[in-house]
Design a binder for this molecule. Structure first.
Ligand code: NAI
Ligand code: MG
Length: 365
């Protein structure tokens, strides 16, 4: 089998800082586990705009289509706030997701035991938490037409459109049911069928896919606002949550805080299988470019490192090596090492980005 290929797009802000630690982890797996990757690195977001005047060149887009997996840091920053919407750094990421057709965004929210007291919720509410939010990623209100700011009756009107086809709903529902079968066999689907027609269709299609193809999986439905309440009240009632692009964006950020820090959260975005059977895939931390701490060497690299662990598991069939990497992260947290974002009232040993990377490499050894 040919050497698996990986395209690395560090991006902006803390993206390059955390990705430097991932590069060291990738090198470790090559040197110590005989897992070689054909790694190329390129620009995305503001970094690409600075050089090429576009947040994603056609050449980079083509490269992303040709590799086994893409690993992205983060894009955006205040420097680019005044750019036209069409060339904003975020458009680079949206184009990747859209053209690779990455319709299922997997966001695990997992409570690492060493961090249970760090959560804003009580330990007994979050301890052992392990949920997976599956967010539809390529459609919905972020893409629907018509959109824009128009003038009507002498005032400005901002317009976005929520639009879902039944095939878009069905394929993300299948992703959620497939995942559930490998987990606790439960899916909760969230929408606002009480006030949105797109939500009514969502509920119908999820119910149909379930009845026809996944009757063995336990399915429940919840309005997304009630879901937000239940996520903070009793999060362990959930296993897999499947929801649309907008609600998924909000609910996964909410779930992020249950486990303590955005700096801990990885994600995977999967599409249809390629010729070699691997799904099209992009892995990235949930967090953004964190301009408030960029360049200070204190960003937590764990979210990006765990994103690579997900790549090992979902793109490269290296579940045991993914366990090894996640185990090293667990061990380092249990030792009490904390980047500033993880420093709670109970204290710990302060480390920066590089120090956390060093400790994870040491734990891997
Ligand atoms: P953000 O995720 O960059 O930061 C939110 C807060 O969390 C900040 O206080 C930040 O310091 C902290 N934080 C984030 N990641 C951290 C890490 N690894 N270690 C320690 N602390 C961390 O979100 P924000 O501030 O809303 O957006 C900043 C920029 O990033 C914007 O330009 C935004 O558009 C962009 N962004 C990009 C995303 C992406 O590339 N996927 C996602 C979210 C935002
Ligand atoms: Mg978000």
């Amino acid at each position: 089998m040919s050497t698996p290929s990986l395209l690395i797009l560090p991006g902006d802000g803390i993206g390059p800082e955390v990705m430097a630690e991932v590069r060291r982890v990738i090198d470790w797996f090559g040197a110590r586990r005989g897992l070689a990757f054909d790694v190329t690195e390129d620009l995305v977001g503001g970094a690409a705009w600075d050089v090429h005047g576009t947040p994603l060149t056609d050449a980079t887009m083509e490269a992303a289509q040709g590799v086994d997996a893409v690993l992205l840091g983060a894009v955006g920053g205040p420097k680019y706030d005044d750019l036209d919407f069409s060339v904003k750094p975020e458009r680079g990421l949206l184009r990747l997701r859209k053209e690779m057709d990455l319709f299922a965004n997997l966001r695990p929210a997992q409570c690492f035991d060493a961090l249970a007291d760090f959560s804003s919720l009580k330990r007994d509410v979050v301890a052992g938490l392990d949920i997976m939010i599956v967010r539809e990623l390529t459609s919905g209100v972020y893409f629907g037409e018509p959109r824009g700011i128009v003038t009507e009756n002498n005032e400005r009107v901002g317009i976005n459109t929520q639009r879902y086809t039944e095939s878009e709903i069905a394929r993300v529902a299948r992703s959620a049911f497939e995942l559930a079968r490998r987990r606790d066999n439960r899916v909760c689907s969230m929408e606002k069928a009480n006030v949105m027609e797109s939500g009514v269709l969502w509920r119908q299609v999820v119910t149909e896919v379930h009845a026809a193809e996944y009757p063995d999986v336990e399915l429940s439905h919840m309005y997304a606002d009630a879901g937000a309440m239940q996520l903070t009240r009793w999060p362990r009632q959930f296993d897999v949550i499947v929801t649309d692009n907008l609600f998924g964006d909000l609910l996964s950020d909410l779930a992020a805080m249950l486990t303590g820090s955005l700096g801990m959260l990885p994600s995977a975005s999967l599409g249809a299988p390629m010729a070699n059977g691997r799904p099209k895939a992009l892995y990235e931390p949930v967090h953004g470019s964190a301009p408030d701490i960029a360049g200070q060497g204190k960003a937590n690299p764990i979210a990006c490192i765990l994103s690579f662990a997900m790549a090992l598991r979902y793109s490269f069939d290296q579940g045991a090596e993914a366990d090894r990497l996640e185990g090293a992260v667990q061990a380092v947290l249990a030792q009490g090492l904390r980047t500033p974002d993880l420093m709670g009232p109970e204290g710990g040993t302060p480390v920066g980005t590089r120090g956390m990377g060093d400790a994870i490499l040491a734990a891997l050894d």
